[in-house]
Each structure stands twice: as structure tokens, then as C-alpha cells.
Design a protein around this ligand. Structure first.
Ligand code: ZN
Length: 221
């Protein structure tokens, strides 16, 4: 088992809920509790990013895309990922975090979340209080467009006033394939480098090409 159960809304490690077996993602029948949020559907997150863990993730997240920059630029790596759902239930959310270097900004991280309404994973990873992107974001023109599997998807900035804690990140939200799409870029100004350049692909559709993907820390340059 290379994935462990955490809370989608706060990231806390989950324990077996009373009456549940707390079995792993493939054990079936598990019921899980967060110390803060009570019984929740687990987010199965990689203990350590690896090809083998990602293969388990793709089984659990079947039916949902996992977006990563694609082609993955040289020196970039998939550092973290997870899926809400599984255990015989349809997946409701996925995320992947990729790290790499850009000429303008040095080390950059990019988190992409796809989720159904109300899951709260995107808000947690973006550190904003609302589980779904607020309407405030839609009152302005889109900040950028990302290419997702060849389609152009508009993304709106989540107002910086909603972003808690460490401010050095840009949070964007939009909709793709009928689900919320969250994009978190660190540092904040690195989002400018994404305009016109970023192209995301669904890792669940990659097949043998995944063998060439680096997992874990980005390669040293
Ligand atoms: Zn929680």
C-alpha cells in the first residue's frame, strides 16, 4: 500500500471510524474519521511519490483526470498526488503537484485539482476558506487560459483576500469537463510564466509514456 488516508478538507491523517474496518484503499468497506471533520470520504495520498504509487492512484481515480504539465518539461517531477473516493465508489477528486525550474522564477510548484462540488480538496490545497470557488472570481476577465488535453480552459483568479497564510502563491479556479478545476502556483509571480506556455495533460491517459516521468524531487540541474 503506497497511499494513505488523509482528510480532503484539512489533510489530517484519518483513523478507522467506529464500525468501520479502516482497511486500505483496496481492502474495501473502510470508514474513516478525521479528528476535525468526523467521518469523511478519504483522500488517498501518496506516502512517497513513485511510479508504483501513481499506478495505484490511477486505479483508484479511474474515471477522473489527473492533470499534470504535459509534456513534462525537462527537470520537472511529479512530487505529490492523491484521489478522493475509491473503495468501490466513484472517484470525486484528484490532485497532482509538480515541481520544476523555470528560467524566470527558478523553483516553481504547480498544484492542479479537479473535483466535484463540495469535496473541499481544492480549497484545502489552496488554503482558502470556501469549498467551492466564489462567484467573486467570475466578476472579472479570466486571468489566463490553460490548454487541457488540447482544449482551452479559462481560469479566474481567486481574490488574494481569500488566500490565507503564506501569501506567495496565486490561486486560479475554473471549470473543466463539468468539474471544478483549481490551480495553485508558487511563487505567485510564476503564474505569468504559465500564460501561453502551460499545457496540461491527463496522466490517466498516458499509458507507457508514464515510465519516463520523474517522481519525487525535481532533478538537480
Ligand atoms: Zn479534516
Amino acid at each position: 500500500m503506497r497511499l494513505h488516508a488523509v482528510c480532503a478538507r484539512c489533510g489530517a491523517a484519518l483513523t478507522a471510524a467506529s464500525g468501520g474496518t479502516g482497511h486500505g484503499a483496496t481492502g474495501g468497506g473502510g470508514r474513516w474519521a478525521c479528528p476535525l471533520h468526523g467521518e469523511v470520504q478519504p483522500c488517498w495520498r501518496a506516502i512517497e511519490a513513485s511510479y508504483e504509487a501513481f499506478a495505484e492512484h490511477l486505479v483508484l481515480s479511474r474515471g477522473l483526470p489527473t492533470w499534470i504539465p504535459w509534456p513534462l518539461p525537462p527537470g520537472w517531477a511529479v512530487a505529490d498526488f492523491g484521489c478522493v473516493g475509491g473503495e468501490g465508489e466513484p472517484a470525486r477528486a484528484t490532485f497532482a503537484t509538480c515541481h520544476g525550474l523555470t528560467p524566470e522564477d527558478g523553483g516553481v510548484s504547480l498544484v492542479v485539482v479537479t473535483e466535484e462540488p463540495g469535496v473541499g480538496l481544492g480549497a484545502h490545497l489552496a488554503d482558502v476558506p470556501h469549498s467551492d470557488p466564489g462567484r467573486a472570481a467570475w466578476d472579472q476577465p479570466p486571468a489566463l487560459r490553460l490548454r487541457l488535453d488540447g482544449a482551452s480552459v479559462p481560469l479566474w483568479p481567486v481574490p488574494q483576500t481569500l488566500v490565507q497564510g503564506d501569501d506567495d502563491r496565486t490561486v486560479l479556479a475554473g471549470e473543466a469537463q463539468g468539474r471544478w478545476l483549481w490551480v495553485v502556483v508558487k511563487p505567485a509571480e510564476a503564474v505569468l510564466g504559465l500564460v501561453d506556455r502551460a499545457s496540461l495533460g491527463d496522466a490517466s491517459g498516458l499509458g507507457p509514456e508514464l515510465v519516463a516521468v520523474t517522481f519525487g524531487s525535481p532533478a538537480e540541474d
